[in-house]
Design a protein around this ligand. Structure first.
Ligand SMILES: C[S@@+](CC[C@H](N)C(=O)[O-])C[C@H]1O[C@@H](n2cnc3c(N)ncnc32)[C@H](O)[C@@H]1O
Length: 260
């Protein structure tokens, strides 16, 4: 068990509900990830690494561009990655903070992982050191912005979720807002970052994913008093209301290149 992260002790990474939540996440966020991959240019034969591959959609996008045999997908929990292995992608049970270097790569990508890793700057430096000269590191991190919500119950639910995940997993939602400086500190060049936000529309994919993510921490949130049952029920009702629109979820996509 890693001393760096409580993810697998906190989230049931074998459960169908978690697979469904990750599948929804992919549906929502893959288009932005695809644009980032297109910007760095993944070519046939590019050696690619997907860190914290989850249910595997970004590794599949890398395989479409580079060829399956050139893609490595890692995660601390590889249960959802079996179909990738069958398609020729190399799947590794691997902790980005402590396990040995999985190879040398032209493109390394990671989405919604480093904010949950307590030694995230160290992990980032390690990933940068696994790049070939000229290779690109692409990092996507999420930062919820409860203060932007028009709905008080949603505001409180998002804030409770951030507080609970900080306490239980070590998640730092504010780290995303420092990008691309951590990439520069890791010695990379040509570093840039973009913020991306899509509407949380009642009943839509992002609202359903947020509901599922709130449910993940519902029990400890209620037990600790971080949020009341009434507020949580009100937030769920809002997320299911088709006329509700909000912009409370920001993804930062950052990239940097190893000189050479
Ligand atoms: C929020 S999920 C994101 C999954 C996937 N990257 C995506 O965006 O579809 C976070 C993933 O990071 C993995 N993870 C967490 N800590 C990790 C670590 N130290 N090393 C490798 N993977 C890790 C988790 O097991 C989980 O699959």
């Amino acid at each position: 068990m890693s001393d760096t992260l409580n993810w697998t002790s906190y989230v049931d990474t074998k459960a169908q509900a978690e697979h469904d939540r990750l599948t929804l996440l992919q549906e929502i966020f893959d288009p932005f990830s695809a644009r980032l991959l297109d910007r760095v240019g993944v070519r046939p034969g590019s050696q690619c690494l997907e860190v914290g591959a989850g249910a595997g959609s970004v590794a599949r996008m890398l395989a479409e561009r580079a060829g399956a045999a050139n893609v490595t997908a890692t995660d601390m929990s590889t249960d959802f990655l079996a179909p990738l292995a069958s398609s020729g992608i190399r799947v590794l049970h691997h902790d980005v903070v402590v396990d040995e270097q999985p190879g040398e790569f032209d493109v390394i990508h990671s989405r919604f992982v480093l904010e949950h890793v307590t030694r995230r700057d160290e992990a980032l430096r390690r990933m940068a050191s696994w790049l070939k000269p000229g290779g690109w590191l692409v990092v996507e991190c999420a930062t919820p912005v409860p203060e932007l919500s028009s709905d008080p119950a949603v505001r409180r639910a998002l804030a409770a979720m951030a507080a609970l995940m900080a306490r239980s997993i070590g998640t730092d939602p504010a780290w995303a807002r420092t990008l691309p400086v951590p990439l520069e500190n890791a010695g990379l060049v040509d570093c840039t970052a973009d913020g991306h936000t899509i509407p949380v529309r009642g009943g839509g994919a992002l609202a359903r994913w947020l509901t599922a993510t709130h449910r993940l921490i519902e029990e400890p949130a209620l037990a600790s008093g971080a949020i009341t049952a009434d507020d949580l029920a009100a937030a769920y009702a809002t997320y299911a209301t088709p006329t509700y629109v909000d912009y409370t979820w920001l993804t930062i996509g950052a990239m940097g290149r190893r000189a050479g």
